[in-house]
Write a protein that binds this ligand. Structure first.
Ligand code: BMA
Length: 311
């Protein structure tokens, strides 16, 4: 059902070659590939793919590209559920949803450690995308969707995260002197009853610094009689005080519509863990579609900012 829509609804433009990575591209038998961290590393585009194995546990596989669309995929996982404590206990059900933040001379990776206790936030680092070192488990169970800011503000590291506070969930902000101990937590952006992001929201790509503020591309969930719909929106936070919301897109920037977003292990899901801002102002948003494959969509930074500042 590929046709030009009479009234285009998404601010973000899908790549015609979507999905760019699916199960058949992974060089070992697996169930699905989705929700990848994304970063520019020298001239390369790197994706840290969440690959769900046939067992049902997720691991991370590195994919490399020179154009952001055609990826060469690593033969083996670069991170799997750990055998070493304290991580082993809390990663028994795998590692999920990596988000990469370039920070000075290294790259931090926040990911979800998943076990019978539920999801909790874990932190790893790499300098070269060959060796990955786990640093710490940095939340109690019941927290996920952590996205680290790419610089300190007032000498503190800052992250968005999403504690489980019942059937709904908001985006919170926390601060740390050292990336290991986090505190001063408070709510930064709430769900919007009656809107497309009425039930749960969570940070997607790590915040992008712009002249208008910190741009956060986030996911919003709405429950329906037939299950949840995950869409993307964007929001802008104050540069000096990122707990202060400046504006927020009224309508989603990307909603499930194509067959690969509607059909898969979890239908009607668009979920991002990474976006790349190019020098010319184009933003490439990498997203997992239906928890089954990986897609990319592009837009202009200015259009995202305008959508946050519509009112
Ligand atoms: C969220 C996370 C994501 C997933 C999404 C849709 O809670 O688990 O990894 O893509 O649900 O299933």
């Amino acid at each position: 059902m590929h046709h030009l829509h009479k009234y285009p609804q998404d601010l973000v433009k899908r790549f015609e070659g979507n999905p760019i990575i699916d199960r058949d591209d992974i060089p070992f038998a697996c169930n699905t590939v989705f929700n990848a961290g994304a970063v520019k590393y020298g001239k390369e585009y790197l994706l840290l793919l969440r690959v769900e194995t046939l067992e049902g546990k997720s691991c991370f596989v590195l994919a490399r590209s020179y154009d952001g669309y055609n990826f060469e995929i690593g033969k083996n996982p670069v991170m799997e559920a750990s055998n070493e404590e304290p991580f082993a206990t809390y990663e028994k059900r795998g590692v999920e949803d990596p988000r990469i933040t370039p920070f000075e001379d290294k790259y931090y990776i926040f990911y979800t450690a998943y076990s019978k206790y539920g999801p909790r936030i874990a932190l790893a680092e790499t300098y070269n995308f060959e060796n990955f070192k786990r640093l710490a488990l940095v939340s109690q169970p019941g927290n996920k969707d952590a996205a680290l800011f790419p610089e300190r503000i007032n000498n503190l590291f800052i992250r968005f995260d999403r504690p489980s506070t019942g059937p709904t969930g908001d985006i919170w902000i926390s601060y740390s002197p050292d990336t290991i101990y986090w505190g001063r937590s408070k709510v930064a952006m709430e769900i919007r009853p009656g809107f497309w992001d009425s039930d749960k929201i969570g940070a997607g790509a790590p915040p992008i610094k712009t002249e208008k503020g910190w741009l956060e591309i986030y996911h919003g969930v709405k429950g329906t009689g037939a299950g949840r719909i995950y869409r993307l929106g964007c929001a802008l936070f104050d540069l000096d005080n990122p707990s202060k919301l400046i504006g927020r897109s009224k309508i989603p920037i990307l909603s499930p519509k194509e067959y690969y977003e509607r059909t898969g292990d979890v239908p009607n899901v668009i979920f991002t863990c990474g976006a790349i801002l190019e020098d010319d102002g184009e933003v490439k948003i990498y997203y997992g579609a239906a928890d089954t494959c990986i897609c990319v969509a592009t837009c202009q930074l200015q259009d995202l900012l305008s959508s946050c500042l519509h009112h």
